[in-house]
Design a protein around this ligand. Structure first.
Ligand code: ACM
Length: 269
């Protein structure tokens, strides 16, 4: 399978311009699966909910989604992309799995980062894995990486590849994702963005360094921090079926969930 990411710098609020840029780059690519950054078409640093609502789209009536679906059809590939989603009076920091047949699945970010809490509603949909051919795809978004429960839940559902649209600003994630991959024996593709976003409330610099990690925690490829990068490589998703870490240890089979019941309790300890 040929899988990878496109790291670039979306321009804030320029949805159509960002879409045209993505389409013009991906139109020449030979791939099966491509991951794009979080909020790839709107940009990231929203002032407030009202501003999100001005730029967000309902995926069922979205020219962005329709154009991406047409691209997937034309190229016979699958895309995972960050997307500012409007759903009635709510808005979510979402990611979409789109294929030649159109929109396949939508995930709403469960763990909002910092001032995202002022702009988006919290995700309200169970984590889910989807099949593209024989390959099982899980999605999580950026700051979800801190919560090991997310990647674990996707692995337990059989994800071979965790697709991870991101707009990272802290320095920890890229290295931590080696562990997320290793502890679950899954591939991960983190698609981050580059550049500086200057808004009235301040500025944010994104850390780039998008990467592809193998189920043994091996870093297969990492982009530079501030260079636009398209990277597609051959991977064998079947490697993620082997959950052994020694001859006698299996990272999923050896779990003792009866001793972790606290993980599913809401109350503080
Ligand atoms: C982040 O979740 N965008 C840091």
């Amino acid at each position: 399978m040929r899988a990878g990411f496109y790291q670039f710098k979306p321009l804030f609020g320029k949805v159509d311009r960002n879409l045209q840029k993505v389409i013009s780059v991906l139109r020449d690519v030979d791939a099966d699966l491509i991951v794009l950054p979080e909020l790839a078409f709107t940009g990231y640093t929203f002032l407030n909910r009202r501003e999100v609502m001005q730029h967000a789209e309902d995926p069922a009536r979205s020219t962005t989604v329709d154009s991406l679906a047409a691209l997937c059809r034309e190229k016979n590939f699958y895309l995972v992309t960050g997307f500012a989603e409007k759903s009635k009076d709510k808005c979510f920091n979402s990611s979409l799995l789109i294929g030649p047949g159109g929109l396949m699945h939508l995930y709403r970010k469960l763990h909002l980062f910092n001032t995202e809490k002022n702009c988006f509603d919290e995700g309200d949909i169970e984590l889910q894995v989807n099949s593209i051919g024989d390959v099982r795809i899980g999605m999580m978004i950026c700051f979800d990486w801190v919560f090991a429960e997310v990647s674990r839940s996707l692995a337990l559902q059989g994800a071979d590849i965790i697709c991870h649209p991101s707009n990272l600003v802290l320095s920890y994630c890229q290295q931590s994702m080696l562990t997320r991959s290793l502890e679950n024996r899954v591939f991960s593709i983190t698609a981050n963005r580059t550049g500086l976003e200057k808004r009235p409330q301040g500025e944010l610099k994104f850390t780039g360094r998008s990467q592809i990690v193998a189920p043994d925690g091996d870093l297969l490829f990492r982009a530079a921090s501030q260079r636009e990068t398209l990277h597609i490589m051959e991977i064998d998703p079947r490697r993620a079926h082997d959950k052994s870490i020694t001859a006698l240890n299996d990272v999923l089979g050896d779990r003792r969930p009866e001793f972790y019941s606290i993980l599913t309790q809401r109350e503080e300890v």
